[in-house]
Design a protein around this ligand. Sequence first.
Ligand SMILES: [Zn+2]
Length: 336
Amino acid sequence: MLGACSIARYFQHSLVNLWVSYHRIGDKIKIVEEEAKWVRQIFEWYNKRVSLKEIRRRLIQAGAPQKGSSRPRKIEWAISSIQGILKSAYNYAYGVKTYTRAGETFEIQIEPIITMETYNRFVEVRESNRSYPSRNVKRDYLIGGLMYCQCPRKWSARGSSYRKGAKRRPQPTGVYYCGQRHKEVRHPDCPKTIGSKKADDYVWSKVAEVLDQPDVLISQARKHVQEWQTRFEMSLDQRDKLQNELDQLLVERQWIITQARKGKITEEDMDYQIGTISMQEQYLKQELAGVQVLDALPDINNWEELALEHLMNLQTGLDSSSHDAISEEDKKSNFS
Ligand SMILES: [Zn+2]
């Protein structure tokens, strides 16, 4: 059984998801009108097909208050906040908010903020805005998830719809885009989006360029192999040096013990000297444990030849795939 206190807490907690503040006055839950006004405004704009970006601009320009938050906002009226408001359309229209906690579902009555008319219109607009871009068109994104900008953000790829404004595109296209949606925190040099064809063509041209000059690649690889070899040998040297020192200490320890047995040094002297040696040993052992001996490179003498052969194969593959692309184009133009 839940006490009144915990119900009140759930209540507050559950309304965190609604982007308008509610005040509890006795049994009544009242909305904060100054915030509700803007929620209505957002739905009105959306229903008139104003873009989220433009809605955001207008909200900021009008100085619309955002629901209080304990943390200072980095981004004023983030697009995700606006989306959050739109997602709660049902709650705002029906004046109800359900909330599940520990297996129990609570229904909290709130004051509706938008009219049913607004809600119905919203559902229509949302449905028509849904684009089904390239669901049945397979598109490969060559460098999706591999590109970064100065923001710095990892870039993703998405299919864009067939439409461009009122015009229908002949073919679906894709774009790569920066993950940063807010321009005030975007790096000035970030291009925001790049057509996927343009970007892929550029990357392919670079790949082709490299394959055209395999010697550049091979000489870089040769440098890499040499560096690796040097580092490998250095780590081996270091390991051997430490091991030698440890061996030396062992001999010394034996010598001291012998001297003590022969009565040439006192027992106290021996203890003292052995103590010093033990400390040195301890130190060297630690050093030795810290030496990372790199894996030796596989012993392939003709790696350059093998690499060249592989590059040649790639180039042949690239040539034939661009031939394929051309014949595809030919086929298409025959049909049109
Ligand atoms: Zn960026």
